[in-house]
Design a binder for this molecule. Structure first.
Ligand code: PEP
Length: 253
């Protein structure tokens, strides 16, 4: 039985004061903390330690939005996995489509980042998903398969079970367009099949596969009801406490 995970990716939003206020609102709304669903919030780097302090006595987990492939050193502006670990982080997003699109992060680099995260006992949330042209060309399964092979399939079975995969069709991210539950389930089942082919059924059944792409309070129930959808990676809707709380409740249903 996989525990559903709802993770809020705040991206590059909020001032320090606003980040703490949102954290307070979320904690107040979550109490009593729901059983059977895990909640993670992923603020920008500068707020990680102060958010960590607020959530430290709660079951809410802290996530980061990216990490360097290097552990330490002269890499100005970068933040490494050991640093995140020491700041109280549990999850780290690897290969978000915005990192792929705007920062050229692909294939081998994402494999290195995944390794760096795991080496620091962080749990990678590895993102995959196709742009609209690729779906229109009916090449979305091939692309997602390639993204998994390049970024994850070098891992041994005991490591892959620590990874959370987020299927995020690029055409649905921040656009208000959502994959239908049928489209999400179809791709999630495909991803689980790739895991089963590589690692066997028992391993594949343990890996959580989140859906991301304009998840909101209105569509969360139907998406989370899909057999292979194990929660959501939520962008825009995670910036409003009331909406994010409704999404968390949908995962607990
Ligand atoms: C995301 O960026 O991970 C995401 C899913 O964003 P949104 O929910 O805003 O589409």
């Amino acid at each position: 039985m996989r525990t559903k995970l709802v993770a809020g990716n705040w991206k590059m939003n909020k001032t320090a004061a606003e980040a703490l206020q949102l954290t307070d609102e979320l904690l107040n709304g979550l109490r009593p903390f729901p059983a059977g669903v895990e909640v993670a919030i992923m603020p920008p780097f500068p707020y990680l330690m102060s958010v960590a302090e607020k959530i430290k006595t709660t079951p809410v987990k802290l996530g980061a939005q990216n990490c360097s492939e290097h552990p330490w050193g002269a890499y100005t502006g970068e933040v490494s996995a050991p640093m995140l670990k020491s700041a109280g982080v549990t999850y780290v997003i690897i290969g978000h489509s915005e990192r792929r699109q705007y920062f050229g992060e692909e294939g081998a680099l994402l494999a290195q980042k995944t390794d760096a995260a795991l080496a620091s006992q962080l749990l990678p949330v590895f993102c995959c998903g196709e742009p609209l042209v690729v779906r229109e060309d009916n090449r979305h399964f091939d692309l997602v398969k390639m993204q998994l092979e390049e970024g994850l399939f070098h891992l041994p079975p005991e490591a892959i079970t620590k990874v959370v995969i987020a299927y995020e069709p690029v055409w649905a991210i921040g656009t208000g367009k959502t994959a239908t539950p049928a489209q999400a389930q179809e791709m999630h089942a495909f991803i689980r099949r790739q895991l089963a082919d590589k690692y066997g059924n028992q391993v594949a059944e343990q890996v959580r596969i989140l859906y991301g792409g304009s998840v909101n309070a209105a569509n969360a129930n139907s998406l989370f009801a899909c057999a292979d959808v194990d929660g959501g990676l939520v962008g825009g809707a995670s910036l409003k406490a009331a909406e994010f709380l409704q999404i968390v409740r949908a995962a607990g249903n």
